[in-house]
Design a protein around this ligand. Structure first.
Ligand code: ZN
Length: 304
């Protein structure tokens, strides 16, 4: 069995989804509930309540009420029986909280990397950010162009003109550690921090299996051919709304001919290299962040 993935960012979520109640007044009840909690996203930036150490993603009704204007409100879930709303505020609204010591206004990637909120709250932030991002960009019907309205407590938008229903999207991404005996293939993009290498990844295309997406992406990006593909674990990745599908692919060729539009470099690494990259003691290269599933894929391979 693979080791626990609980330490990965955005994967742990203590909330209960109540999908059957979304069409039956769940949002209205939560809005009227003085005990309801709120996950607040201003533009695409979470507004957190500061604590002695770190912060919490869950604001009380009175704290959330400081935002007089909001663009959308959704019923996310319940947490230990308490309703949790997701609220989208204008990006400028975050400015009002930037200098307030009771709040933290920090982008979600930094929240995860710095461990600012408990791990299980990251799942709620991921859910709110992805869902509210979708609402921001689907105000008009792609079928007829008329305005759409939020429905099903925020998990659908309906077009009153042509009656089309639109559902929030999740974009599948295959991310794969390519192995060949005791070596693995890692690549880096120019935007990565200096020396950092990670697993290759790419969006799964319509009509494509996960396994074929792994084989296609690896060949397109590195020129290496893949045979057997095995699924290992997945991770929500709310930038803006992906699900990372973590796989291991066995290479059946070694020669690298990487795509210079996609990658700055790709190379084979020995287990000794990777061990030192994970420890942070390698003189030239670094492993991906511990919150990312690429790090988990690499650690699992190191145990084999
Ligand atoms: Zn329409």
């Amino acid at each position: 069995m693979p080791a626990s993935t609980d330490n990965l960012g955005f994967i742990s979520n203590v909330l209960s989804r109540h999908s059957a109640e979304r069409d039956h007044g769940a949002l209205e009840r939560a809005v009227a509930d003085p005990n309801a909690l709120t996950v607040l996203i201003a533009g695409d930036i979470p507004v957190l309540r500061a604590r002695c150490e770190g912060a919490t993603a869950f604001l009380s009704a009175s704290e959330a009420a400081r935002f007089t204007a909001h663009e959308e409100q959704v019923f996310l879930v319940t947490r230990n029986g308490t309703a949790v709303l997701g609220t989208l505020a204008p990006a400028e609204a975050a400015e009002a909280f930037k200098d307030d010591p009771d709040f933290r206004v920090v982008d979600l990637r930094s929240v995860a990397v710095q461990g600012l909120v408990p791990g299980d709250e990251l799942g709620a932030l991921a859910m709110a950010k992805s869902l509210l991002f979708w609402h921001q960009r689907h105000r008009f019907c792609p079928n007829c162009g008329a305005p759409t309205a939020l429905s099903a407590a925020g998990f659908r938008r309906d077009c009153a003109s042509c009656k089309a229903q639109h559902f929030p999207r999740t974009d599948p991404v295959a991310i794969m550690l390519v192995t060949r005996g005791d070596k693995c293939l890692l690549g880096r993009q120019a935007r990565f921090v200096t020396g950092s290498y990670s697993a290759l990844a790419g969006f799964i295309e319509p009509g494509e299996s996960i396994e074929d997406a792994v084989r296609r992406e690896v060949f397109e990006e590195s020129g290496v051919r893949i045979g057997y593909v095995r699924y290992l674990a997945s991770q929500p990745w709310p930038f803006p709304s992906s699900i990372m599908i973590g796989c291991v692919g066995e290479a059946i060729s070694e020669e690298i001919d990487f795509d210079k539009d996609e990658l700055e470099d790709a190379r084979w690494f020995s287990k000794d290299d990777v061990r030192r990259m994970l420890e942070g003691t390698h003189e030239d290269f670094a492993a991906p962040s511990p919150i990312a599933i690429a790090n988990h894929l690499i650690r699992e391979w190191m145990k084999t």
